[in-house]
Design a protein around this ligand. Sequence first.
Ligand SMILES: [Zn+2]
Length: 287
Amino acid sequence: MTLLAVRPHPDDESTSTGAMLAYYHGRDVRTGVVICTGGEEGEIHDSDLDPVADRSRLGELRTQEVKNACAILGVAELRMLGFRDSGMAGTPANQHPEAFANAERVEAVGRLVRIIRELRPSVIVTDPPGGMYPHPDHVMCYEISVDAFHAAGDAQAFPDDGPPWQPKKLYGVAQIDDGAWEKLTPKFIDAGFDMGWMERRPRRSRGPGPETATVALDVRSYSEHQRRALLAHRTQIPPESFLVSLPPELRSLAFATAYFVRLSPPSTPGEHEADLLDGLDETPGVV
Ligand SMILES: [Zn+2]
């Protein structure tokens, strides 16, 4: 195992890391995915399902969907961490005793340490500090990934969870505003998409620019793999979604670059690497 992505919900592996996973599979790099929760609090967009009657088996359905998506992305190993979706911040699901956000930290970290020691990745990719967005599971995903990254190589920590293995590098997915969407908006409109939602968004200051990312991967060639993986999440992503219905050329431009920030060892301001695997030697991960 070379690269392991730790993601909060079934579909997060495809939305923010899908093209990256396909990119490395295309380079014969062995990849893995850990999904922290069953995604039980998601919506049901699959028109073949009943949004009420099928709700109780949503976790089961989404587990199958992530299996299908990982097969499309060439992921060699998929593991479910087994916690319950905590729901959006401020919803009743936050109080569920099995919710990921309510898990004992040591229990959640221990489960992830066990997987890291078994799969022995050199590089781990997770959510950025504070989560991709302030969903309790995204925040928790980041927190347990940092703790498990450090604990996995510590022989004193979790001694019953396998022999120590220290991955070399930990990255967070970076949400970068590189101006691509702004430039492409007239083309989206020409292609018949209603981009009013972009204009209706509350005015916000520009996000961090590409210079703040440690790694910028050109994933244009893997846009179609990512689209098919997204479509495997039938309950979450309807075929008319903007995410999957752009014409192929436009889609590859809209999702051309995947950005990451190195969290450990911490990147220095202005530091750039050509690739997530930069600097790894022949025997990565040796403790
Ligand atoms: Zn999510």
